[in-house]
Design a protein around this ligand. Structure first.
Ligand code: AMP
Ligand code: ZN
Length: 431
């Protein structure tokens, strides 16, 4: 049975009316936040005067720098005594931002998360293991609350300790799993080493997200763990997981438009791009009380997938995240996204789960080196076979990124592995 929440199939007009109503409530709340009070005044906008979504777009974007400047708690719309949780995100650049939640915010988040899980077929009868890090990372408590809200027996396994993960899956008959894609590949490989048939393990569904990954990686995870894997997108600024999620069609992620207003803009001009065109995702919280955020520039690149989804849900879909606006590598004047490289690497069966992209400079010449981990059997093969493989990979990468990388095939242990989100790019050009 696949019942869905009535909110998931509202028609367009009803969704937009609800968004406008919730935007008005949000503008009312942010009047208590000095930064937003100033911006509303400058745009001559208030909860009472907001007539349309177009009016709302007169407000400036909120940036990560705004949130950094507000650290630790200068953007609260309610008294500190009403906050029940804080999460921080340091991103890749270091300076922390903090997001506060009231009791109601946490409940709304859990509902949204449970909706995602229900959408892909998880039910209260499922045993659910959360193999992502807990602590300040929202993939821990965020997913956990959703699974409990759905009624699953939930195992807070946390990240790492692969042997124990496998044991928990077996001992408790785990059917649903949340796991970061780079770690899922690792777990799949561990199963193979231990001679465990993934299909006999009993897992049905994996939720994978929190970091960019290609379709090829999804397919590998599905085969390696014996599951259907669904892409889960979120960011701490918008709660964390539960913002956009794939349905069983696996054709893009539905953004929960009753809880978030989203825009896709040209990162240079700030103007909206046409449906189907890649741009930067901008998001607004529609239900948050404690710390509402307006028109937040996520730096994540994606596009709206036009047209209805076969599942019948009406919330619009976005494509998998191609990368972050600040992830784009510019080498010899060519724009390259790490995901393009991953896509090519993962088409080679010989290449394992791990790789690293190194950017270097020799005098005035910039170079890109791709270090791909291959299994011990491959490294033991003849020098000729290894060289032939290296050439094939080099040619494949050249076709995709238009520059010729230096490809190195290395042992698994030579590529560092992160406990949480993978760090794939090392830029040594400034050194
Ligand atoms: P954090 O708030 O620190 O958990 O990081 C959120 C960021 O993780 C997002 O802005 C994205 O860049 C990335 N992210 C989260 N989920 C996905 C996903 N499913 N695909 C690609 N990137 C993701
Ligand atoms: Zn759908």
């Amino acid at each position: 049975m696949d019942v869905f929440d009535a909110a998931e199939s509202l028609d367009r007009q009803a969704i937009e009316a609800l968004q406008l109503e919730r935007l008005r409530e949000t503008l009312g709340r942010v009047a208590a936040v000095p930064l937003y009070a100033e911006r509303l005044a400058a745009a001559n906008l208030s909860a009472a005067s907001l007539r349309s979504l177009a009016d709302f777009r007169r407000l400036p974007f909120t940036t990560k720098d705004d949130l950094r400047a507000a650290y630790p708690s200068r953007m609260l719309a309610r008294p500190m005594s009403e906050m029940v949780r804080v999460h921080t995100s340091s991103g890749t650049t270091g300076t922390a931002i903090a997001i506060f939640h009231t009791r109601n915010d946490i409940a709304v988040w859990a509902d949204l998360m449970a909706r995602c899980m229900h959408m892909v077929g998880l039910r209260s009868s499922d045993v659910f293991q959360n193999a992502s890090g807990y602590g300040l990372f929202t993939g821990g408590l965020g997913i956990h609350a959703g699974a409990e809200r759905l009624g699953c027996c939930t195992i807070p396994a946390g990240a790492g300790n692969t042997h124990r993960q496998i044991q928990l899956i077996r001992d408790f008959g785990v059917t649903g799993l949340h796991i970061i894609p780079s770690y899922a590949l690792y777990l799949a490989e561990a199963l193979e080493h231990e001679g465990i048939d993934p299909d006999a393990l009993g897992l049905r569904i994996a939720l994978i997200g929190a970091e960019p990954h290609s379709e090829e990686v999804r397919r590998r995870i599905e085969a390696g763990l014996g599951v259907k894997a669904y892409n889960s997108y979120g960011l701490s600024e918008m709660n964390g997981p539960g913002v956009a999620f794939e349905c069983v069609e696996q054709a893009g992620m539905h953004v929960w438009e009753d809880a978030f207003l989203f825009e896709v803009i040209d990162p240079e001009s700030g103007e909206p791009v046409a449906d189907g065109e890649i741009g930067e995702l901008v998001m607004t919280t529609l239900m948050r009380e404690g710390m509402p955020i307006l028109r937040y520039r996520t730096r994540d690149l994606t596009r709206i997938l036009p047209g209805p989804c076969a599942c019948g849900r009406t919330h619009r879909r976005i494509d998998r995240i191609t990368g972050r606006a600040d992830d784009m590598l510019i080498l010899k004047g060519v724009n390259i996204y790490p995901m393009q490289i991953e896509k090519v690497l993962m088409t080679f069966a010989e290449i394992g789960k791990n790789y690293q992209i190194v950017l270097e400079r020799e005098g005035v010449v910039e170079r890109i080196r791709v270090r791909a981990a291959v299994g011990a059997e491959v490294l033991k093969g003849s020098a000729g076979a290894l060289e032939a493989l290296r050439r094939k990979i080099t040619a494949g990468l050249h076709d995709e990124i238009l520059v010729t990388p230096t490809v190195e095939l290395v042992a698994e242990t030579e590529v560092p592995r992160a406990e949480g989100k993978a760090r794939r790019v090392v830029d040594l050009r400034g050194q």
